[in-house]
Design a protein around this ligand. Structure first.
Ligand code: IPE
Ligand code: IPE
Ligand code: MG
Length: 242
């Protein structure tokens, strides 16, 4: 080992990386293309990042695909996003399964058309027992709604501790470790109602890359930045207090 070797500060690579895939529209605008082309390229980037994550050995990756607020976009853009969603659920499910990847969807799926709900259910059932990696796609997801629905389901517990347990067990991310790293592309520095509860101690990484340009190299940069972070969870610095 070279004498100037510096061990990374975080002792483990992230187990769970969450992505706010932002900047598809701007990617297209800059090229004078319709926003739909940006979304198409964004879907290709998602595919690439899943592949890279599986190769690197990241156990969980969550992607914000469509927020509960994105319904306020023009009808034409929504139609295009639904078309892409259908297309990818149809074309990628078998590929994910072949690669031993489990797919899970979080968010209120009831608002989608029935055929999309069926495609989601089919993909989740087919890949349910896959072990290499879990890919979670957030669709019609809102962090506040997630918290509210979990609290609502747990409301009958009168004891605070059992309420808290039931609340956590009813979050849409139940059984998934909290994100260690939250990546948002396109230079925006906000959480936009993503995993509000779950990101309590996530490390945040913002980059200017627009999502359609995100690839293995930019993913590795984010992981490298994470390795240099010192996580304290409210405790002291590593060499303090010992
Ligand atoms: C992210 O890209 C994809 C979705 C929100 C569906 P945007 O569509 O938000 O792209 P910008 O932010 O307008 O560039
Ligand atoms: C967040 O991006 C939602 C997704 C990436 C799916 P937005 O582009 O919708 O967020 P704001 O409106 O810039 O906060
Ligand atoms: Mg955006």
């Amino acid at each position: 080992m070279p004498s100037n070797f510096q061990p990374p500060i975080t002792s483990h690579p992230p187990s769970h990386i969450a992505f706010i895939m932002d900047g598809n529209g701007r990617w297209a605008n800059r090229r004078g293309l319709p926003r739909s082309v940006g979304h198409q390229k964004g879907a290709e980037a998602l595919r690439r990042v899943v592949e890279a994550g599986a190769e690197i050995g990241i156990p969980y990756m969550t992607f914000f695909g469509f927020s509960s607020e994105n319904w306020s976009r023009p009808e034409q853009e929504i139609t295009e996003l639904m078309r892409l969603l259908r297309y990818y659920l149809r074309s990628e499910t078998a590929e994910l399964h072949k690669n031993n990847i489990r797919l899970r969807v979080i968010g209120d799926r009831q608002r989608f058309d029935e055929d999309i709900i069926a495609l989601i259910e089919n993909a989740e059932a087919l890949t349910h027992d896959n072990k290499r990696m879990t890919v979670i796609i957030a669709l019609n997801y809102g962090g506040r709604h997630d918290i509210l629905q979990a609290a609502f389901q747990a409301r009958h517990h009168e004891n605070f501790d059992t309420f808290a347990q039931s609340f956590e067990a009813n979050l849409m991310t139940r059984d998934v470790p909290e994100p260690d790293l939250l990546v948002r592309t396109s230079g925006e520095m906000r959480i936009s109602n993503f995993l509000l509860w779950q990101c309590a101690y996530a490390e945040f990484y913002f980059c200017d890359t627009l999502w359609p340009d995100f690839d293995r190299a930019t993913l590795e940069k984010a992981i490298e930045a994470y390795a240099g972070r010192e996580r304290r969870f409210g405790g002291l610095k590593r060499h303090e207090g010992s």
